[in-house]
Design a binder for this molecule. Structure first.
Ligand code: NAI
Length: 315
């Protein structure tokens, strides 16, 4: 069985001084890639800075025979991060937007600073590094971008309004970028990892953490980052060795005869808001227009109690 190799590829990994990013960096270094190890080296709450976290990972990659260089800039300054790749290795092929911090606090007690800092590191940081890498990837007609979202953003978690908003924003960025990058072979995906790290060590039990090794997140990242991959615009949940893909689901919906009133909506609430046996998996923002433009068919089938029209799959 052939090994997935990354010889000749340049990979930038943000927040690679600890946790998941460090595991990615060590892996790519071993598999032949030239690695930019970016890390600001601050606390998990986003305060302070130090070069030691990135330096240690670079040393480890080099000691194992790999090629790596450190970058200590905050991901908010993506141009500086990507410049390190260009100046040192001449290009950028793979970008793993991974840097992250937490400022958990209930919405009621949240300060603007908690909101802004989370936004700046996660969503703005992902934007900034991607924006700087994008022209190079377009020019060479090749790129693999892996953005780090979170189940927190997908489902919502008490005390993490700032983090949830940023993490779901990151997936919105992924979805649109995947469309813009497709013609130039730039593939963009999101992951929602679960792993033992300083971000989770205080909120999960020791037993649980022992099953959540960061290295279990690496294989999917390697597959999505590889030139053989065709996946784009996807989002995965993974951890402990389990990997699964998420997608949107739409219920059958209800088409009202127009004009219609709030009372009509109230009286058809089960059809509007409930999920029965028929569900759809829309993939583009334009699919709903097929329903809009097939109003008469839809209403006819609706009256007959049949399934609706539209291209979305049913299962
Ligand atoms: P970690 O705290 O071990 O590593 C994050 C790294 O990012 C740190 O080394 C930190 O110095 C660096 N960093 C923070 N702000 C930075 C900035 N402005 N510029 C450059 N580097 C910066 O955390 P972990 O768990 O490895 O998290 C990695 C990513 O995965 C984060 O985006 C996190 O939100 C996400 N994530 C992690 C989960 C988990 O279970 N560990 C769950 C869901 C998402």
């Amino acid at each position: 069985m052939s090994q997935l190799r990354f010889d000749g590829k340049v990979v930038v990994i943000t927040g690679a001084g600890n946790g998941l990013g460090k595991e990615y960096a060590l892996f790519f270094g071993k598999r032949g890639a030239k690695v930019v190890v970016n890390d600001l080296g601050g606390s998990m709450k986003g305060t302070g800075a130090s070069s030691s976290a990135a330096d240690k990972v670079v040393e480890e990659i080099k000691a194992a025979g790999g090629m790596a260089v450190a970058n200590y800039d905050s991901v908010e300054f993506g141009e500086r991060v990507i410049d390190t790749a260009i100046k040192t290795f001449g290009k950028i092929d793979i970008l793993i937007n991974n840097a992250g911090i937490l400022r958990d606090v209930s919405f009621e007690k949240m300060k603007d600073e908690d909101w802004d800092l989370i936004y700046r590191v996660h969503l703005k940081g992902t934007y900034s590094c991607t924006k700087a890498a994008w022209p190079y990837m377009r020019e060479q007609k090749y790129g693999r971008i892996i953005n780090t979202s979170s189940a927190s953003g997908v489902y919502g978690v008490f005390g993490q309004t700032n983090y949830c908003a940023a993490k779901m924003g990151i997936h919105g960025l992924t979805l649109a970028l995947a469309r813009e990058g497709l013609k130039r072979n730039i593939l963009v995906n999101s992951i929602c990892p679960v792993a033992a790290s300083r971000l989770t060590e205080t909120v999960m039990s020791k037993e649980l953490l022992s099953n959540l090794k960061p290295e279990y997140v690496v294989p999917l990242v390697a597959v999505l980052g590889h030139e053989e991959s065709k996946e784009t615009g996807a989002i995965y949940e993974l951890g402990a060795g389990y990997i699964s893909k998420l997608r949107w689901q739409r219920n059958q919906g209800y088409f009202f005869d127009t004009p219609f009133t709030p009372e009509d909506v109230r009286d058809k609430w089960e059809q509007v808001a409930g999920f029965g046996d028929t569900v759809y998996y829309p993939q583009t923002s334009s699919e709903i227009f097929e329903i809009f433009f097939n109003k008469e068919d839809f209403i006819k089938q609706q009256k007959e109690g049949k399934t609706t029209t539209g291209q979305a799959q049913q299962s």
